[in-house]
Write a protein that binds this ligand. Structure first.
Ligand SMILES: [Zn+2]
Length: 498
């Protein structure tokens, strides 16, 4: 029985990892580790032939929040200097001959970061939020796997008399926060000594007190490890040896009695489910002119609500202006009672923007809304359905309650974060039509389906057109089957605890 279970869950893990359109399932055989600290955790050793070898049992969470095969450089904090760190050798040592588990690395170390920036909301180098981002990425990882421990290598930036005097206090607070935020009071935490080749050694004696001060912690020695010639960074063989030492310490801590507590999921704050009738969330993207001329009047006829995710789509030529609504028309949709959602100012791929770029694009629509008497949007649709962890952080910070992406699956509030609500996209291709129609027909009570719809019809993007005839067929079906057809903003009102 147990064996069947393991095989089953590994199969599920495979499929979940291969396609994020499938249901997220926390697999107890997928063990994830959070890597934090500064450059020697990130890795600065020179890449070699061994760096390229891949092991199907080892994955890493990339900068876009996707699980990919792990190889050095595992980190991406400074792409120009990222190299070999302790992560891969740590993982190999943890795995040993165990073929039943997979390991996922969550790289979050940032070269040069002092411990004072590893605090909630602290900013490092203007764009990084070391602590917030680590928590966010760890929680993302915990949607798939079980967090088994934290590796911390940091101290070079605090290796002086004053910073080292307050270091232990800060480290204790950090560990306590991490364990609270990651919901595991006994989460193993392994720190490492900094290299003995550093000029001064204020910090190692402090780090070495950790196991006496905080339960379920360990410190690994850096004795005998060499630098790459800069008196700061471990060379490649030393970084790998350090990784093995981390693994030995981690294994010991885990046998001491770490019990993985039930984990919560990133942003899955909505714990409720639809009361009874199936829910359909209608979302119309790109401010197509047909939303004003055709969709809105049709929806009114059926008594359905919807969200119009607007942007100012860049035109290829001035003649393209006829394809899109003008702001007074968007304002009219709002006055008719529909929700106006944010689709970025200029239909930007969020995963290609930095924090500032995201804020600018999101803020652009908010400013236009204000100008036209439309309330600040609380619902967001990712252009091209592309979301990453940073965009979720920024949306959360800017007060967005809902974010919608693609994925072609129903939205399960207990599984999916409310800033990455999956949706089905309508389009002209037969396959797309079949998929969306089946999604609607198979929708059961207590389930939620979100649709992404473009123009009805869509003159500017024929691939994403929906004919009035087909659209009416959908509306008719939802009416006849008493589906609740809502705007995204009202989702909370239709869910109930149980
Ligand atoms: Zn779009």
């Amino acid at each position: 029985m147990k064996k069947i279970k393991i095989v089953l869950s590994i199969c599920m893990l495979y499929s979940a990892l291969q396609s994020h359109s499938q249901k997220d399932i926390v697999d107890s055989n997928f063990h994830v580790y959070l890597l934090i600290g500064q450059s020697n955790m990130a890795g600065r050793g020179l890449l070699d032939a061994d760096s390229k070898s891949l092991n199907p049992q080892i994955l890493m969470l990339d900068s876009l929040g996707q699980w990919v095969a792990a190889a050095d450089p595992v980190h991406f904090d400074k792409p120009a200097s990222a190299g070999v760190g302790p992560a891969i050798s740590f993982t190999k040592e943890i795995l040993g001959n165990n073929k039943n588990i997979k390991i996922g690395l969550i790289p979050c170390a940032l070269g040069g970061s002092p411990i004072k920036v590893w605090e909630p909301d602290a900013v490092y180098l203007k764009v990084f939020h070391p602590y917030n981002d680590a928590i966010l990425r760890a929680k993302l990882a915990m949607q798939k796997g079980v967090l088994k421990g934290i590796l911390w290598h940091q101290g070079e930036s605090d290796n002086d008399s004053l910073p080292s005097a307050v270091y232990m206090r800060k480290l204790k607070i950090l560990i306590s926060r991490l364990r609270t935020d990651l919901r595991n009071p006994n989460l193993p935490f392994v720190a490492g000594e900094i290299g003995y080749f550093n000029k001064m050694d204020y910090i190692n004696p402090v780090i070495n007190q950790l196991p006496q001060q905080v339960p379920y912690t360990a410190v690994v020695s850096a004795k005998g490890l060499a630098d790459k010639g800069d008196h700061l960074h471990f060379d490649t063989p030393s970084a790998r040896e350090l990784g093995k030492r981390y693994a030995d310490a981690m294994k010991k801590l885990q046998t001491v009695g770490n019990e993985a507590k039930p984990m919560t999921r990133l942003f899955a704050k909505i714990k409720n489910v639809p009361a009874k009738d199936p829910i359909v969330i209608l979302g119309f993207d790109d401010a197509e002119i047909s939303h004003y001329t055709i969709v809105a009047p049709l929806l009114k006829k059926y008594g359905f609500d919807a969200t119009f995710f607007v942007c100012e789509m860049p035109w290829k030529s001035p003649a393209d202006s006829v394809y899109y609504m003008k702001w007074p028309q968007i304002a009219e949709l709002y006055q008719m009672g529909f929700e106006i959602g944010n689709h970025t100012g200029h239909h930007k791929n969020m995963t290609k923007l930095d924090r500032e770029g995201m804020q600018k694009e999101i803020g652009y629509i908010e400013a236009r809304c204000k100008e036209y008497g439309i309330p600040k949007p609380i619902s967001f649709a990712y252009p091209g359905n592309r979301a990453d962890s940073l965009s979720q952080v920024v949306l959360n910070e800017m007060g967005y309650r809902y974010g919608r992406q693609g994925g072609s699956k129903y939205y399960d509030p207990k599984q999916d974060g409310h800033l990455v609500i999956p949706s089905y996209t309508m389009g002209s291709a037969e396959k797309l039509h079949e998929r969306t129609w089946n999604a609607l027909k198979n929708l059961q009570p207590r389930q939620i389906l979100a649709f992404t719809i473009h123009g009805v019809p869509d003159i500017a993007h024929p691939d994403y057109t929906t004919s009035v005839e087909i659209f009416t067929k959908f509306l008719q079906y939802m009416k006849e089957h008493h589906f609740k057809v809502i705007a995204m903003r009202d989702l909370g009102k239709h869910l109930t605890s149980d």
